[in-house]
Design a binder for this molecule. Structure first.
Ligand code: CTP
Ligand code: CA
Length: 224
């Protein structure tokens, strides 16, 4: 155990990671959610732990075991994920936001199961907080890494998010035609202010190790 904390490119670093989808309740039995297997985030958590980091994984509901040596905090909604992250972010030196956070939640979830009556049922949705942007905007922000699932001009959309949210790094993947979601393999376009690189198509576990190595290198380059 001691070796785990003293070796590797992220030795002893505290890394906070979000993963999986969030579920926004409609009523006691239904929810609005996002597609996300959690695989990429869990692979990043495992890779960070293997690189010597002390990892806390704030995870929405997924069907995956906790990676060895990783502390997992289970959450369901975006507001719960937000609270779990804000409680822990001051201690983190790195924040990696892989979660597919629902952008909206149901304004007034029904307290009883909604019975089917009307032909058209309207749901009112309200914006959820942007957890990643809020972390990046803190005066004591950790080294902050976002993910972006995009269709169309991947690099342009991802660079816009990097700048708009003030991130240190963003990892973008192409989700056109459902690619990237439940797949074992993925490819990432990784961008940072003034630079970037491509991590070619490979298993998510290998991709996660490459990303973690890149985070460690960029942190070193930035003197952090
Ligand atoms: N994210 C977050 N909290 C939210 C929404 C997104 O932390 N409420 C994070 C995701 O974990 C990801 C990054 O922001 O790391 C980008 O998410 P994405 O959905 O691609 O971008 P959005 O800013 O939500 O913009 P849009 O969905 O309109 O493209
Ligand atoms: Ca979004």
């Amino acid at each position: 155990l001691r070796e785990r904390f003293t070796d590797g490119p992220l030795a002893g670093r505290r890394v906070l990671i979000t993963a999986g989808p969030t579920r926004e309740p409609v009523d006691p039995v239904r929810f609005v959610g996002n597609r996300s297997s959690g695989r990429m985030g869990y692979a990043v958590a495992a890779a960070a732990a293997a690189a010597g980091a002390r990892v806390c994984l704030v995870s929405g509901p997924v069907a995956l075991p906790s990676p060895p040596g990783v502390e997992r905090v289970a959450v369901e909604t975006a507001l719960e994920m937000h609270a779990a992250v804000m409680e822990r972010v001051a201690q983190a030196e790195v924040f990696i936001s892989t979660a597919a956070v629902a952008d909206y939640r149901v304004a007034e979830p029904a307290l009883e199961k909604i019975k089917k009556r009307a032909d058209i049922l309207e749901l009112r949705l309200v914006r959820n907080p942007d957890i990643l942007a809020e972390v990046a905007a803190r005066p004591d922000a950790p080294f902050t890494v976002g993910f972006a699932a995009e269709t169309g001009d991947l690099e342009r959309h991802a660079r816009a998010k990097l700048e708009a949210k003030g991130l240190d790094m963003i990892a973008a993947n192409d989700v056109s035609a459902g690619r990237g979601f439940d797949a074992e393999e993925n490819a990432l376009e990784v961008l940072w202010p003034g630079g970037g690189t491509s991590l070619g198509r490979q298993p998510k576990t290998a991709l996660a190790r490459a990303l973690v190595a890149l985070v460690a290198r960029r942190m070193e380059a930035a003197g952090r």
